[in-house]
Design a protein around this ligand. Structure first.
Ligand code: F6P
Length: 323
């Protein structure tokens, strides 16, 4: 099939760099002579037929902006067959030959449904602050989220040191500790609690007491939200330590916003271009990803079946470097 018209959408939790990815898709597609539709609010826009044609100027001045100009929602109703059918009908009705879907886990599941059940050519671009998709070293937005968290923690470190305090910093990561681990390494945290490893607060507290005795002026404990809340961790640390002043900071949604880092923008550009080229080559049902600097493509089905794992060496390194 010759692809003449494509649609692009963003779905799930927003991630900084989604706009850079939309720009890369739109500009590459137009450069290659295609017509492009921007679909609003992810799969909801496909169901409702909420879309508009995009021109090169539609994506002017957005490369440095967080969020997504196409808007996004979580759309659990897209699991229902009748909604998928409506989407497939709208895709046909607008003459859309193929889709580029930008987002995390949910976007991949939606892409799989459209490709495997409804035979619509799709390519997914991984974009999520969580970095929890296999077959790519990084998702668009992860690097920005980590750097945003680090900027905040550097400031927290200043006040922690002035007051000789322990700070528990809660970062995002409902199901995995990939953000927490990277942030712990980058901030020089004393310990990190992640969902993949059963938390041992006794050990953390022993370490904090020892650090206090040998004159440490501040300690940062990073907690991924999926383990327990930062407040709960602080409560438990207060109970088990002597003479330590413990404070909490929940970084929350600030990790999702802000101008994307150079790295998030660059991978968005490479993956956006590659997604369009794959569609033109007739290579459908793939997720693009980056392994090192190389852009690779993996079958959506395979990505969905594989869980990204943390690097245990990184977890151990946090302990070694804080001792
Ligand atoms: O998927 C990214 C993420 O930021 C998670 O780390 C977080 O738990 C979740 O989204 C929050 O999503 P929502 O804003 O839909 O509640």
């Amino acid at each position: 099939m010759k692809i003449k018209t494509i649609g692009v959408l963003t779905t799930g939790g927003d991630a900084s760099g989604m706009n850079a990815a939309i720009r890369a898709v739109v500009r590459t597609a137009i450069f290659r002579g295609l017509k492009v539709y921007g679909i609003k609010r992810g799969f909801r826009g496909l169901i409702d037929g909420d879309l508009e044609e995009m021109k090169p100027t539609s994506v002017s001045g957005i490369i440095n902006q967080g969020g997504t100009i196409l808007k996004t929602i979580r759309c659990p109703e897209f699991r229902e067959k009748n909604n998928q059918k409506k989407a497939a009908e709208n895709i046909k009705c607008y003459g859309i030959d193929a889709l580029v879907i930008i987002g995390g886990n949910g976007s991949l599941a939606g892409g799989a449904a459209l490709y495997y059940k409804w035979k619509i050519p799709v390519v997914n671009i991984p974009a999520s602050i969580d970095n929890d998709l296999a077959f790519t070293d990084y998702t668009v937005g992860f690097d920005t989220a980590v750097n945003t968290a680090l900027e905040a923690i550097d400031k927290i470190r200043d006040t922690a040191t002035s007051h000789d305090r322990v700070f528990v910093v809660e970062v995002m990561g409902r199901d995995n500790g990939l953000i927490a681990l990277e942030v712990a390494l980058g901030s020089g945290a004393e310990a990190v609690l992640i969902p993949e490893i059963k938390p041992d607060l006794n050990k953390v507290c022993e370490q904090l007491d020892k650090g206090h005795i040998r004159g440490k002026h501040s300690s940062i404990i990073i907690v991924a939200e999926g383990v327990m809340s930062g407040y709960e961790a602080a409560k438990q640390i207060r109970k088990r330590t002597k003479n330590l002043e413990v404070r909490v900071s929940v970084l929350g949604y600030m990790q999702r916003g802000g101008s994307p880092t150079a790295f998030s923008r660059a991978i968005a550009a490479r993956m956006g271009q590659s997604a369009v080229e794959l569609l033109l080559k007739g290579k459908y049902g793939k997720m693009v990803g980056v392994i090192g600097k190389k852009v690779v493509a993996t079958e959506i089905k395979k990505v969905l079946k594989t869980k990204k794992t943390i690097d245990l060496a990184d977890y151990k390194l946090v302990g070694v470097l804080s001792s």
